[in-house]
Each structure stands twice: as C-alpha cells, then as structure tokens.
Write a protein that binds this ligand. Structure first.
Ligand SMILES: [Zn+2]
Length: 324
C-alpha cells in the first residue's frame, strides 16, 4: 500500500526535486528486484545506486567497520531503506550504528526513521535540524505542497548528533571522516573512507545528471568540487554521487565543468538583457551542445537555468541558517 502510493506520488516528487528519473516510476508487484544496485567499491564499502526508474529517489551507501555499520543517506522511499537494511543484515551481523545525512533534502532523509528503528543514530550538519521540516516544505512547493508530501515531511525525524565542523567516527579501528563542505544547500557533509579511497559526496556531486541548484551557492559549490579533484590520490579514488552511477575523477571534472558552463552561459545571456523563458530558450542549445549525452538534460536543465538566473540576480530564496 505504501509502496503503491509512493509510486503514484513519484512523478510529482520528480518534478519537485528535479529528478527526472523518478518521473517514470510505476507501481511494482511485491516480489521485485532491489530498487537500487548494490555495488561493492572497497573492502566492506558499498554504494547503493538508485535504479533507472528512480524508485529510491537518490543514492545511498554504507561502510562495515570492526564493530558496526555506518550508512550514508537514507533514500526518499522508506521501502528502499528497508531493503537496504535487509541487504546490510545479509552481509554482516554487526549493528547499524550511524547514518550520516549529507543534507536535508527529502530524497536523502526520507528513510531516516527506518534506520533509527534499525538502531542507528542520525548525524547531520547542524542546519539540517533547522531545515528538515521547513526546508522540505519549501522544496516541495511551499504553500502548494500536497497533503501526502506534507504528511511525509511532518513525519521526518530530526538528527541526533549535529555538527558544523569536520568529525571522525571510529568503527573500532576503522576511521570514517565526515567533512563539512559548501555549495549545495548550506548544510552539506561528505563522508570519506580513507582506507578504501572512497568519498561519498551526496548531492555535492551528480554524475551525468543536471544537478538541482534550488538551494545552491554555485561559486562555493564549484570551489568544493575543485577541492575533491585536488584530494591526494584523487585519480584512483571512487566518488559516490547523490544521483547517477559511481564516479571517478573524470566524472568529477565533468560535473565541475557543467556548473562552470551553466554559470557562464546564463551570465552571458543576462548580459544581453535576456530574462525568463527567453533566457532559457537561448541558453538550452549551448548547454545541449556540450552535454547532449546527459539523459535528463532536456527535462531538468530549463528549471536549473531559471535558478541560475535567480542566483545571478540575487533573488534566489535559500534556506537560512538558524539557531538550534
Ligand atoms: Zn538528491
């Protein structure tokens, strides 16, 4: 029941979050394959990559340490989170101790309650506590949010442990580094597994997907992504994006180039006095010429061009950090 109502809502959510892949989600029978692809990317390190139908809503992942498991992000669809918990239990008897939310967006926090139920404490940037409810209402249409989405947002749980600084979590002898980064929402974390050369990037990285920049501060975002490119050993690292398949350094550079090109193209059109739909019409062919092989470009980029226009005009409404 929950699954079929989720599937019915998927196209609406897809529009709201700019996740074109969700738009094709269909109700599925009970006995179905996993809604994500589980990929081992290091010793005890797994990426859960959302399937082509976008049923999970985003990517997630987990790390098995000496004395427990740390999960990164919890998907949008709690049924996917339950499937993830089952997969973890198949791989290890160790307890699920932590989940790290890379940011507040519903497609990465929707299954937090499932993970808490499974034993995890929720770690997030301190702004996530402030934004998890109000920010997701804004993200899903503000006053126009549907009752079903409002109910799902209201039911989101708040994080247990918040930070605005880097921190390390030790799973026995295995160190996981959680780093604060800037650019996507104003409350972003990435999760590094140094011994496996893996960086879980959340929505700081999208692979061959036009990113959702609704809350973004794109110059800071580009600077953060360039920081990923300069990490020691970046050429042999594995990067897990928030959307799209497991990435390598070239994918990170392509994403950096996309954000840079989007900025430059919209800036140039604004300099010619173009606005709104006229600006989108003028900008799309240039974006398409460079990124025509990105599957969701035509569907997602027009909206992102408008957000870039707002950012350059100084009119973008971003979530505001507040006290706890
Ligand atoms: Zn996302």
């Amino acid at each position: 029941m929950i699954r079929s109502s989720m599937a019915r809502l998927a196209p609406v959510l897809a529009l709201a979050l700019g996740l074109a892949g969700l738009a094709s989600a269909q109700p599925a029978p009970d006995a179905e394959p996993l809604p994500f692809a589980l990929k081992q990317i290091g010793p005890g390190v797994y990426a859960a990559i959302d399937g082509p139908e976008g049923k999970s809503g985003s990517n997630a992942g987990f790390v098995i340490g000496d004395d427990g498991v740390l999960v990164v992000d919890s998907f949008w669809d709690p049924n996917s989170t339950k499937a993830l918990v089952a997969e973890i239990h198949k791989l290890t008897p160790k307890p699920i101790r932590w989940v790290v939310n890379t940011h507040y967006h519903l497609d990465h926090t929707g299954g937090d309650a499932v993970l808490r139920e499974a034993g995890a404490e929720i770690i997030a940037h301190r702004n996530v506590r402030t934004w998890i409810h109000s920010g997701n209402v804004h993200l899903l249409g503000g006053d126009k949010i549907t009752p079903a989405f409002k109910a799902q947002v209201d039911a989101l749980v708040t994080p247990d442990l918040v930070t605005d600084k880097d921190l390390s979590v030790w799973l026995g002898g295995r160190r996981i580094d959680i780093r604060t980064v800037e650019g996507h929402t104003g409350g972003d974390l990435v999760v590094s597994v140094p011994d496996a050369k893996v960086l879980f990037c959340g929505d700081m990285l999208w692979r061959r997907f036009p990113p959702n920049i609704i809350d973004g501060t794109v110059p800071k975002w580009i600077a953060s992504v360039k920081g990923f490119e300069r990490l020691p050993g970046a050429a042999s690292m594995t990067f897990v994006p928030g959307h799209g398949d497991v990435a390598n350094l070239q994918d990170v550079k392509d994403f950096d180039a996309y954000l840079t090109d989007l900025t430059a193209i919209v800036k140039a059109k604004r300099a010619k006095g173009l606005k709104g739909e006229d600006l989108v019409k003028a900008a799309m062919p240039e974006l398409r010429a460079k990124y025509k092989d990105w599957p969701y470009l035509d569907r997602s980029a027009p909206r992102e061009i408008r957000y870039m226009e707002q950012e350059l005009a100084g009119t973008k409404v971003k979530p505001i950090p507040a006290g706890d």
